[in-house]
Design a protein around this ligand. Sequence first.
Ligand SMILES: Nc1ncnc2c1ncn2[C@@H]1O[C@H](COP(=O)(O)OP(=O)(O)O)[C@@H](O)[C@H]1O
Ligand SMILES: [Mg+2]
Length: 256
Amino acid sequence: MENDVILSVESLTKAFGGLYALKDVTFLVKKGAIKAVIGPNGAGKTTLFDVLTGLQPPDRGRAVFLDREITCMPAHQLAGIGISRTFQTVRIFPGMTVLENVMVGLHHRTGCGFLKAALKLPSERKEEKFIREEAFSYLEMVGLELMAHFPAGSLPFGRQRLLELARALASRPKLLLLDEPASGLNTYETEELGEILREIAGQGITILLVEHDMGLVMRISHEVLVLDYGEVIAEGTPLEVKDDPRVIEAYLGSEI
Ligand SMILES: Nc1ncnc2c1ncn2[C@@H]1O[C@H](COP(=O)(O)OP(=O)(O)O)[C@@H](O)[C@H]1O
Ligand SMILES: [Mg+2]
């Protein structure tokens, strides 16, 4: 694999019944980049993430992350090698505090379970303090530090999305897969999210982003991949794909 490539997706193919959700999908993601995956509803974007994160086995093809094949690797192992994802629908623990939600992500990483933490031996107490501080730093990254002790379920929807992002950061990923992080956010929240994603990428974390909000995609992505009916129909800079006749046609077709 070339030095500046973090993820190589090679001929990924996945069919449901007779229908291709992914067909020969091939692309590279460069280290430190924000790459967006766009396409009309049903284009295969979520399926791509599901195959990349071990939730669905591909029929054909493979994905390689920093020289390691990750196809069919389970989520906890992916987290261990530096890949973490968020989902199209928010998945948080509503009864736990905002801070605790992020701490869960860290406990996974340290391998120290809640049971051990509950025993509170001096060494564990020290570790818990460390975990708290680090979790808090991720809340600061997404601007949720003032809400650290609120129940997560009491946050407005837009803040819950940011909480998910903070939790994904807690596994210290090298590659972050975000499935429609701006869905349900208002214009202001979407702009704020864009800034946060740019800062995350600035810290060297590569982002692969499925997103509907074209404004956001155009503002923050270095590269865009366009899927339609499971196939790659265009790839390039935001400006290049925006004016691509095949892309325009795919989007027009989807609105009729
Ligand atoms: N688990 C599944 N079983 C059957 N069909 C599925 C499944 N997941 C996705 N599909 C189908 O695969 C296609 C791509 O879906 P999806 O990846 O969710 O698209 P997108 O995220 O781009 O909207 C759609 O036609 C969808 O109905
Ligand atoms: Mg989807």
